[in-house]
Structures are given as structure tokens and as C-alpha cells.
Design a protein around this ligand. Sequence first.
Ligand SMILES: Cc1cc2nc3c(=O)[nH]c(=O)nc-3n(C[C@H](O)[C@H](O)[C@H](O)COP(=O)(O)OP(=O)(O)OC[C@H]3O[C@@H](n4cnc5c(N)ncnc54)[C@H](O)[C@@H]3O)c2cc1C
Length: 309
Amino acid sequence: MALMRSMLLAASQNVWLREHAVTYPFVRRSVSRFMPGETLETALAAAQVLRQKNIGAVFTHLGENVSDRGEARNVTERCLELLERIRRSDLPVEVSLKLTQLGLDLSPDFCFDNLLRIIQSQPASATVWVDMEASRYVDATLDIYKRALKNHRNVGLCLQSYLRRTRKDLADLLPLRPAIRLVKGAYKEARDLVFRKKVHVDESYFALAQVMLRAQAAGECARAAFGTHDVTLIRRIADFASQQGYAKSSVEVQMLYGIQRAEQERLAREGYRSLVLVAYGSYWYPWFVRRLAERPANLWFMLRNVFAS
Ligand SMILES: Cc1cc2nc3c(=O)[nH]c(=O)nc-3n(C[C@H](O)[C@H](O)[C@H](O)COP(=O)(O)OP(=O)(O)OC[C@H]3O[C@@H](n4cnc5c(N)ncnc54)[C@H](O)[C@@H]3O)c2cc1C
């Protein structure tokens, strides 16, 4: 399983596959399990359906690592247009973005300026989420996040429980009253940087979740959100919150579109905060292959699509 995950993560970076795999109909059929469509309209329609179930949405326009300033400015403009469309739609939708889309590889200051334009366009009540990418970006992402948080409360950051450093990163952030979305982590990383066994990644997640919930109750964490589909872990976190006397609404779970739908609905029904990350856009190949790596059984689902024409 670990070998399969490793191969898939390597495939997610392969340029030839990225250019060719996306043209195969069975690959396109498979990706539709994880995203409602490539256009903003399909994402808005999905958010509308989710709202009827009391589930919020976070939109992410797929794309990574832009290589020139013009492209990064375009991404920023597109994001501003998206936020305007969302505002007009009156749907409870937030956005999540990758700093490498805003030019992090080109210049941290330039990337920060782009992020700032996006944050400033938003009301204080709508969080702009910053994804966490591969470990080589963690320091720069934390720096930019801390700078943004100094003057703007409506910005949240993703942290990854597979990284050994995250416990300290979280402790360093708490004095700034951050909004944190905790995930396990989706990238291929050097062995010494991460917990290698799943059980240790899960324990790290649970330990960090307890710190976040305690901090939230003490007013030191603006928002504690848990980005996971791990039902056992969600139950442990919910039990911990209940033992501490925290309201169900203080436990926020974010999942990806199309995964664990019944659990998303159960959480919303029972009074937890349930949000779904809805991806859209045409640059879905690396994102989709990371989803396959998370659960190699998805490969069988894709292979079944080869024959389902
Ligand atoms: C809202 C959200 C935002 C995220 N943002 C980031 C980010 O910024 N940076 C980053 O590195 N990672 C991000 N991730 C991905 C994350 O790091 C994990 O790779 C992913 O969530 C799988 O881990 P898990 O917590 O669901 O637990 P796992 O232990 O991997 O899975 C638990 C169970 O969930 C189900 N499941 C999990 N993944 C899938 C799948 N792909 N298909 C079908 N079933 C599945 C399976 O039943 C599995 O047994 C995000 C995830 C979510 C939900």
C-alpha cells in the first residue's frame, strides 16, 4: 500500500501523464466522483444543494505553481471575480487557495500582496483559507500567514499532522489567534520529516485537535476546523469535545466533495459544523492523483470506468 501511494504521488508530478491522462474519457469520468464539474457554475450548483442540507462550502480553484507574475496576477483577478460571484449568489461559501498559485515560487512579497488583495475584498466574517503544500513551502507559508494575520482576522491556515514540526508550528501560531484547518497531509515527503506509520499520523492529529479545541474554548484559536474523512478520528474528537463540555457547533469538520457524503450529512444533522471543499477548474490532474493516493482502492473505481462507456 505504501509503495502504491508512493508511485501515485510520483505520478501526480509527472508532466507527460498530466498532459495525456486528462484526455482519456475513463479518467474524466473518474474525476467526476470528486468534483461536480470544471466550471464555477457547477460548483455553485453543488453549494446550493449542500446548503439545503445545512452544509457549508469552501471553493478551491484547482491549480498549482504558477511560473510568471502575469499568471499569478490572473489567478488573483479570477479569485476576486469568484468572490464577487459568491457574494452575489448569497450562498455560504468560503475559498481556499494555494500560495504557489499566487506566485510564492516567484517572490514571497509579491505573493503576499496578491493574498492581501483577496483577503481585503472579503467581509470580516468570511475566512479565506490558505492550503498547506509540500514541506519546502511550510516556512514561507507560515511567514505569509503570520504577516496577513497581523491586520486581518479573516484568514485561516491549513496545518498537516504528518509533519513532525506541526506541534511547534501550532504552538507558535496560537498567540496570534489563528484559524486552523487541520489535515493529515497529502504530499510525498522525506522520511525524516514525517510520521511514517498511519497510526502515528492519526495520534498526532488527535493530539493537535485537542490543543486546537482547548485553544478555541479559551479564545486563542479563532476557528478549529478538522479536514478529514476519518470517521473514527472524528468520533474521538467529538467525544473529547463533549467530555470538555464544548458545544457540538464548536466542532467543525471539512471534507472533500463526494467523499463520505453520509457522514457529512450526519454531522450537519446532529448540530456539528459540516463543510465541504468543492474543487473546480480544468487543472485537476495532480489534485485528482493525490486523491487516488489517499485511497488506492479508488484505482479500482477508475478501472471500472474503463469499461463503462
Ligand atoms: C477540506 C480538506 C482540505 C484539505 N487541504 C489540504 C491541504 O491544504 N494540504 C494537504 O496536504 N492536504 C490537504 N487535504 C488532504 C489531506 O491531507 C488528506 O490527504 C486527506 O484528507 C485524506 O486523509 P483523511 O484525513 O481523510 O484520512 P485517511 O486515513 O486517509 O482516510 C480515512 C478514510 O476516509 C476515506 N477517504 C479518505 N480519502 C479518500 C479518498 N481520496 N477517496 C475515498 N475515500 C477516502 C476512506 O474511507 C478512508 O478509510 C485536505 C483534505 C480536506 C478534507
